[in-house]
Design a protein. Structure first.
Length: 219
């Protein structure tokens, strides 16, 4: 067991573990791979300093993995994902950020429509797309502003990354007629799904690009 993993399992705050990891990045990998909650995983990715665009693409990847569950002719979820992906490819214009927000709302409406029709898999797939677009919206805000506003937006973005993974994992479970197991398994499944779209080298890049803190824990 790595020293950082041992310290993490003893209950050391993840913020201190991440700071220590900047001195020994490779030792952080077992910690990253051991996290079973998607919300915690997304929060750690933000703490580590994983590139915002990589995180948005990870959320989009989660959503795309269940896009095939959406009814033929229902374009709102796909358009939401594409708007989020577009944000990662070019300089963001204010008008495009507004488009992302609108597409996120439209995908959320698609989820509500499917939910009203009692189609859980479709509703969750659409919700994943809405969350991916929300992630881009919040990430764009965090990149534009500073101080508390940016910190709040970054936290909201982390929630959106996790929400996309949760919704996609549950959509897959429902589509596989495993609804009874969805609630019990969605935490670990969502974390694994999100992690599958965030290669270790991307996490490692976030760790090494930032200077180590003098306050770091020395396990």
């Amino acid at each position: 067991m790595s020293r950082l993993l041992a310290v993490y399992r003893l209950g050391t705050p993840i913020e201190r573990v991440v700071e220590a990891a900047r001195f020994r990045p490779d030792d952080f990998r077992p910690v990253w791979e051991s996290i079973e909650d998607a919300h915690e995983l997304a929060r750690v990715a933000v703490l580590v300093g994983v590139d915002r665009k990589a995180l948005v693409l990870a959320a989009c990847g989660c959503a795309r993995s269940v896009l095939h569950l959406v009814d033929k002719g229902e374009e709102r979820p796909r358009l939401a994902i594409e708007a989020a992906e577009k944000w990662t490819e070019e300089v963001t214009l204010e008008a495009h950020v507004a488009t992302i927000a609108a597409r996120a709302a439209a995908a959320a409406n698609a989820a509500a429509d499917a939910n009203a029709a009692a189609d859980a898999a479709v509703a969750l797939a659409a919700a994943a797309a809405a969350a991916a677009a929300d992630a881009a919206d919040y990430a764009a805000y965090a990149a534009t502003y500073t101080s508390y506003a940016a910190a709040d937006a970054a936290a909201d973005a982390a929630d959106a990354y996790a929400a996309a993974a949760y919704a996609a994992a549950r959509a897959a479970a429902y589509a596989a007629d495993a609804a009874d197991a969805a609630d019990a398994a969605d935490t670990a499944n969502a974390a694994d799904l999100l992690r599958s779209h965030l290669p270790w080298k991307t996490v490692l890049a976030g760790l090494v690009v930032q200077s180590p803190s003098k306050k770091a824990l020395t396990p």
